[in-house]
Ligand binder design. Structure first.
Ligand SMILES: [Mg+2]
Length: 375
């Protein structure tokens, strides 16, 4: 079971709507969304598929950097290596692309890690949870994503979420900080009983975050996600001491080491687990297990991956027994993608197929159809 081929496919997938966070546009209706698919073939002819979804307004990785990182730096050190030795595969990847402040180029590494997991599970004749000696669960609940500058639109969307059977709402804030309180109030009024997550994506200073967190206490927001810059753990710890609103960290946690620093500095109440930001399923699972042992709350998220990344993440979140509906929001934005069969999304619930590996079939004609072309 040695890696004999690694193929990288940069894609532009069609979108249904634009997607904004406080840092700017992360997906464009006109231009489509950047995704990178990876196919790994072993010397017995078995195939595994993985996916990266870089968003350069969210972190520094781009479609181009993910593609060249895998092609020029990861592939040369991985060819000929055993698929069975996942620790060694990660050691080789981390030596080839060294760490910066945290893990280096994690989104690129995640696509390789995902493809190796797909291949390994297929070799064992089992699905992902089977590979981890966990049981298969066939559903997971999604949260409903609201990202708008307009309080009336936020209210309409929150009502829609409720009517469509969603149990949780994830609101992007900091798009226009002057409107944050109005938007939060509109959402709470329209759907008061839904779990309420407000994600700032690092938009605020400590003073602004303290002020806003007190409004959140009054409104009844359940969690304030990543209010401050990613490297400001002491600021998040100070914010926690000044508010009753639970604080979650997302962009601050890229590895198990980052999580341990956050625990030591008492910087958060909850942590957002994402497969691709931590360099793949291996580290994301470790982060989830450490967070649980530290009695932190767990939130599940993604970077609008297509069906392939969504299915892999959903299996991991079920394995970790996440209780709060997860923010895997690719289907909110993507009009089509090359992966099928892994799952179906109906009424705010993901229904997983439980097929071998990650469980997706990849339509290679769509890989050709959506191949990235520089204008
Ligand atoms: Mg987030």
């Amino acid at each position: 079971m040695k890696i004999s081929k690694i193929e990288v496919f940069p894609l532009t997938l069609p979108m249904k709507q634009n997607f904004f966070i406080s840092g700017g546009k992360v997906g464009d209706l006109g231009q489509g969304a950047p995704h990178v698919y990876v196919k790994i073939t072993d010397d017995e002819g078995a195939e595994g598929w993985g996916e990266a979804r870089p968003s350069h307004r969210w972190s520094y990785e781009t479609l181009e950097s993910v593609t060249t990182t895998i092609e020029h730096y990861l592939k040369p050190v991985l060819l000929g290596e055993s698929v069975r030795d996942l620790n060694r595969i990660h050691r080789l990847m981390d030596r080839s692309i060294a760490a910066g402040f945290s893990k280096g180029m994690p989104i690129a590494k995640a696509a390789v890690d995902m493809a190796i997991h797909d291949l390994l599970a297929k070799h064992h004749g089992t699905h992902l949870p089977g590979l981890w000696m966990g049981t298969f669960k066939d559903t997971i609940r999604l949260s409903y994503l609201i990202s708008t500058n307009d309080p009336d639109q936020a209210c309409k969307k929150a009502r829609e979420a409720k009517e469509n059977g969603y149990l949780a709402i994830d609101v992007k804030i900091g798009l226009n900080p002057k409107l944050d309180v109005q938007i939060l109030e509109a959402v709470k009024q329209a759907a008061p009983e839904l779990y309420f997550r407000a994600d700032a994506n690092q938009a605020y200073t400590l003073t602004e975050a303290v002020r806003l967190s007190r409004e959140m206490e009054r409104i009844g927001v359940d969690v304030f996600e990543q209010p401050l810059k990613a490297n400001d753990l002491t600021g998040h710890a100070e914010l926690r001491r000044k508010t009753g609103t639970p604080i979650a960290l997302d962009e601050s946690i890229w590895s198990a080491g980052d999580l341990i620093q956050a625990i030591r500095t008492e910087a958060c109440d909850m942590v957002v687990i994402k497969v691709t930001k931590t360099g793949g399923l291996k580290e994301a699972r470790l982060c989830g297990e450490i967070a649980k042992e530290a009695n932190l709350g767990l939130l599940g998220g993604g970077l609008t991956e297509s069906t392939l990344g969504l299915t892999a993440s959903a299996h991991l979140f079920n394995y970790l027994d996440l209780q709060i509906p997860v923010d895997l929001n690719g289907p909110f934005f993507l009009a089509d993608d090359p992966a099928a069969d892994g799952l179906q999304v109906r009424d705010g619930t993901v229904h997983l197929s439980g097929r071998e590996g990650i469980g997706c079939t990849i339509a290679e004609e769509k890989i050709q159809k959506y191949a990235f072309k520089r204008e």
